[in-house]
Write a protein that binds this ligand. Structure first.
Ligand code: KIV
Ligand code: ZN
Length: 516
């Protein structure tokens, strides 16, 4: 195969399928930051959102399209004229834009979800792909639930889409049902049987319901697909999508059996993972491949002994290849603004003047309270700063009286739209008291679905990183907060989730995608 035949395009859908994950909604600011790093790291196509879903989604896709330097910017559209037109409006700002339109093809979707016959769906494909192609040259068409679609009918659908001008054909394993062999064979059969298959690039899109998303994606590539749809940290509907970092590192590490190449620079993977985790509020599990905290940690004596003699005894990738830096003591309370700015740059963050000012003030505060300040501390602090940028409700100060005596009491001051409000509240434990104080200042109906704490570094003075997930009227939002004081971090995380929920309520909720 020639090198272009070996080239696998990486299509990132963190901002669309990833954001569809319940509770993973992100602000415009966060989406722009994520898109920027994806663009810088060499992702070929960024699916920036679902423009018809809400004004917020439309704005996000348009803004990302305006800012992208290298990547193709795609938007998703159901097989409806209004969706396609709105998507065309949003991606037209990009130097390279794409409309990604889809329709279900499996018998179960046709019967229960769409109430349409096979022939009617063929007509829908003809109509919607043609309409998309009249708006833009780069059109992707997806057969939703392709892996549960009879192959003969799938061939007809694919042939029709290509005839009407689709340049990429995506065959998703929407419900995460396929096995690697089945998925590879589906691509081989389709590419062999569809007469115009040479006129399109084929794409894999796998969900992880059976934990097979990455294996299936690579099998699809072996079957002839040359685009992989994936997300940072494997974020996505239900059990998630194939993890981008795993696809990229599998291709790079196992070139002997996976003879493909891709444009992504793996040195960005760790930063991208942290950014997505901060923005979505979804913590990365410690043992997650490539980007988990333990992915390169060696604990057992035998492993440590081997590592000291030769790292290759137990390490198939070098941590620095994926952008992991050795934990380093960076700065203390005497470090100045200039050194702080340089450190941020080295860690890959460029903040505007106001955000830098705020981050520096919080760094000084941290250095006063914490003996050793590590790179991870600075990253947590800045990610927290990014997460709360633009929020109009913030925690200003918190005092908690806790201990065996009970009841625990919290005295909280918050900035709510520029007004400073203070309330006291008691609760069943200090966290409950803190959350009750927030409710006293900003009354709301949301219920707590998840409360999770983890330490950023080791030691009792480590910063705590807290995730809080709130639900109200079927809408879910997750917020994150970091501080050496677990209760302050908890209050920040709660308020961040509350702000995101309010934003979701204003924007309306795209909800689950409905095929038409
Ligand atoms: O999983 C899926 O089928 C999708 C489509 C919209 C591409 O996400
Ligand atoms: Zn999907």
């Amino acid at each position: 195969m020639s090198s272009s035949e070996n080239q696998v395009r990486i299509f990132d859908t963190t901002l669309r399928d990833g954001e569809q994950s319940p509770g993973a909604s992100m602000t415009l600011e966060e989406k722009l930051q994520i898109a920027e790093i994806l663009d810088d790291m060499g992702v070929d196509i960024i699916e920036a959102g679902f423009p018809i879903a809400s004004n917020g989604d439309f704005e996000a896709v348009s803004e990302i399209a305006k800012h992208a330097k290298n990547s193709v910017i795609a938007g998703l559209a159901r097989a409806i004229h209004a969706d396609i037109d709105r998507c065309g409006e949003a991606v037209k700002h990009a130097e390279k834009g794409r409309i990604h339109t889809f329709v279900s093809t499996s018998p179960i979707h046709l019967k229960y979800q769409m109430n349409k016959t096979e022939d009617q769906v063929i007509d829908i494909i003809t109509d919607t792909v043609t309409r998309s192609r009249n708006l833009i040259d780069d059109v992707e068409w997806s057969a939703m639930d392709a892996t549960r679609t009879p192959i003969d009918y799938l061939c007809r659908c694919v042939e029709t889409a290509i005839k009407c001008g689709a340049t990429t054909i995506n065959l998703p394993d929407t419900v995460g049902y396929a096995t690697p062999d089945e998925y590879r064979k589906m691509f081989q059969d389709i590419i062999e049987r569809v007469p115009n298959s040479d006129k399109a690039i084929f794409s894999v899109h796998c969900h992880d319901d059976l934990g097979l998303a990455v294996a299936n994606s690579l099998a699809g590539v072996a079957g002839g697909a040359r685009q992989v749809e994936c997300t940072i940290n494997g974020l996505g509907e239900r059990a998630g999508n194939a993890a981008l970092e795993e696809i990229v590192m599998a291709i790079r590490t196992r070139g002997d059996v996976l003879p493909y190449s891709c444009n992504v620079d793996p040195k960005f993977l760790t930063r991208a993972s942290k950014l997505v985790s901060a923005a979505s509020g979804f913590a990365v599990q410690y043992n997650k491949a490539i980007v988990g905290k333990n992915a390169f940690a060696h604990e057992s004596g035998i492993h440590q002994d081997g590592m000291l003699k030769n790292a290759e005894t137990y390490e198939i990738m070098r941590p620095e290849d994926v952008g992991v830096k050795a934990t380093s003591l960076v700065m203390g309370k005497h470090s100045g603004r200039h050194a702080f700015k340089d450190k941020l740059k080295e860690l890959g963050f460029e903040l505007g003047d106001n955000a830098l000012q705020d981050a520096f003030r919080r760094f000084k505060d941290l250095a006063d309270r914490k003996k050793h300040v590590y790179d991870e501390d600075i990253e947590a602090l800045v990610e927290n700063e990014i997460a709360i940028a633009g929020e109009n409700t913030r925690v200003l100060s918190l005092t908690v009286i806790a201990g065996t005596g009970g009841p625990q009491k919290a005295i909280l001051t918050m900035d709510v739209d520029g007004r400073h409000e203070t309330r006291e509240a008691t609760g069943d434990g200090p966290v409950d008291a803190t959350f009750n104080a927030i409710k006293a200042i900003v009354p709301h109906e949301a219920t707590l679905q998840l409360y999770q704490v983890h330490a950023v570094t080791e030691g009792t003075d480590a910063q705590a990183e807290v995730s809080v997930r709130l639900e109200s009227g079927g809408r879910i939002a997750t917020g994150k907060g970091a501080d050496t004081d677990t209760l302050v971090a908890s209050a920040r995380a709660y308020v961040s989730a509350m702000n995101k929920l309010a934003l979701r309520q204003q924007q309306g909720n795209p909800g689950a995608l409905q095929a038409v």
